[in-house]
Structure formats: structure tokens, C-alpha cells
Write a protein that binds this ligand. Structure first.
Ligand SMILES: [Zn+2]
Length: 138
């Protein structure tokens, strides 16, 4: 009946974004967290993070979405990307600056999504989870 309303109410689940778009964003970002740099090979569990938080009007466009490890995703919460980059630089404490983290986020969000590659990988592997496993073993 009211499709837009239903979509909005259901958006918090894992399917608020199409699986191939989720995978394409992970692939665009090199299967690693855009904030702390942790990669799946290092044990990171990937999630999508809204650069501009939804609570502050951020949208689901790929230019507002980056790959984040679950730790960064949960700790960023509704903080601004600038504040969170500062906190992450302090937490990491290995010479990387908040400006470098912000520059990386900006650079990633401007890239085109490898949608065709993500779709092909899902089609050949049977599911997004299997495709992700295949992508990380590449
Ligand atoms: Zn992280």
C-alpha cells in the first residue's frame, strides 16, 4: 500500500541496502575499514557506515556510505565524521592524522562502485556472503 513508508520502517535490517550494492561498496573500499584501516584478512567484520549519520539527514547514496569495521561502526554512532576521525587517530596512535582519515573517506566516496563486478561475483558464488568470502581470498 504505502511502499515508501514500509521501506522506511524496514530499513534498519540487513536488507536496507541491496546486497550487490553492499558488496560493491566493500570492494570499492578494498574490503577494509575506511576509518581504522582494519581489513577482513586481519579479522575485521565489515559493516556499512553513513559518513553523514542518518540521524543528521545522511542518505543511503553510495557517496555517503563507506566500509567500516563493526567496532568503528558502533563507536562512531551519530558522531560527525570529523569528530570520529579525530577520536580514531588518537585511538590508533601510530602517526596517522584525522586529516588523513578524512581525506581517505572523501577519496573513497568519490569513486565509482564496481557494481558489475559485485553482481558477477554474487551470481557466480550464489550469495553475497559467499561472494564476500571469495573476494577476500582473491
Ligand atoms: Zn575500523
Amino acid at each position: 500500500m504505502n511502499e515508501a513508508k514500509n521501506r522506511k520502517e524496514n530499513w534498519q535490517g540487513m536488507n536496507w541496502i541491496r546486497q550487490e550494492k553492499r558488496l560493491a561498496i566493500y570492494m570499492r573500499d578494498g574490503l577494509s575499514c575506511c576509518y581504522c584501516g582494519e581489513a577482513v584478512e586481519q579479522g575485521a567484520t565489515l559493516a556499512l557506515d553513513h559518513v553523514k549519520p542518518v540521524a543528521k539527514g545522511g542518505c543511503n547514496h553510495h557517496s555517503n556510505l563507506v566500509t567500516a569495521c563493526t567496532r568503528c561502526n558502533l563507536s562512531k554512532n551519530a558522531r560527525s565524521v570529523r569528530k570520529f576521525a579525530q577520536a580514531t587517530a588518537e585511538y590508533l596512535n601510530h602517526g596517522i592524522t584525522a586529516e588523513q582519515i578524512l581525506a581517505h573517506v572523501r577519496q573513497q566516496t568519490r569513486k565509482a562502485l564496481p557494481m558489475a563486478e559485485a553482481k558477477a561475483l554474487i551470481a557466480s558464488r550464489g550469495s553475497a556472503a559467499k561472494a564476500l568470502a571469495a573476494a577476500r581470498n582473491k
